[in-house]
Ligand binder design. Sequence first.
Ligand SMILES: Nc1nc2c(c(=O)[nH]1)N[C@H]1C(S)=C(S)[C@@H](COP(=O)(O)O)O[C@H]1N2
Ligand SMILES: [Mo]
Length: 310
Amino acid sequence: MHILKFRRFSLPESQVTPEALVFSPRQAMALGAGMLAAGPALAQQAGLLPAMRNTRYAPGRAITAEREVTTYNNFYEFGSHKTISAAAQRMPQRPWTVKVEGMVESPREYGIEDLLRRMPMEERVYRLRCVEAWAMVVPWTGFQFSALMAEVKPLSSARYVVFQTAVLPSVMPGLRQTWYPWPYTEGCTIAEAANELSFMVVGAYGKLLPPQNGGPIRFHQPWKYGFKAGKSLVTIRFTNQRPVTFWEKLQPQEYGFWANVNPAVNHPRWSQAQERMLGSGESVPTLLFNGYGEFVADLYTNLQNERLWA
Ligand SMILES: Nc1nc2c(c(=O)[nH]1)N[C@H]1C(S)=C(S)[C@@H](COP(=O)(O)O)O[C@H]1N2
Ligand SMILES: [Mo]
């Protein structure tokens, strides 16, 4: 425990947020237990996970059991079914490089360890609503995407951000399904990316993000359907061209660019009014913008002509 504390406090002052300096006994215990169980990979990040929870984003629902979240997944690179978690363990998580490129003043290539050390880490409990009408509530660890934007400085000509998943044919059997438009590519506008809710996820339940959930790094915008949350990212590109994203290429009549959650706009093949909570199986009403309207509704006031819902 003392070693862990030392590591945390040995971070340069400039890389530590004020909240990160507060370290509850409970978190210290969780960290100690995680260390013993998970070995060297976690030990390398010991000073960073778990991070302090940011309570500004109360989910209003119970956190979903970790076991459900880590064993029921959408990750088509590993297969077009939910039980890919075992197969995903074959995806190496280190070394891992994320390129930030395109219309930015300072393009960068980050080693994942370096990125984690540079960014202001926090925990946020967010809802995730899949377009297939299941949902979960997860304590993610990560950093607000705007912190990365501040470092690379998008040019004023940049309009969109594009997120691209790794292509690793030796460990991703799903890539053999050649009718899918690999690589998995997602994107949003600069304004959406700069919103305070846009979050780069590198951990869950106080531990490093497991590969099946998109480790070592995935995106998440909790007011949009889950398919917008690209997993296992290797490239983040700023551009003035609106990307045609993975599901939009496949089924443009069912999955659009904006994909904001709206219970009143049904999927062509099912209702979006309700959602099934993973674990409890409880059926609950779906909320406009997945309940995050107070943070994001303003982004869409001048976009009435766009198809804002999935
Ligand atoms: N690269 C990649 N990212 C992806 C997907 C995918 O198939 N491949 N599925 C998406 C969908 S549809 C959802 S609902 C979420 C699921 O995240 P989870 O498995 O962590 O619950 O990941 C999203 N990100
Ligand atoms: Mo999804």
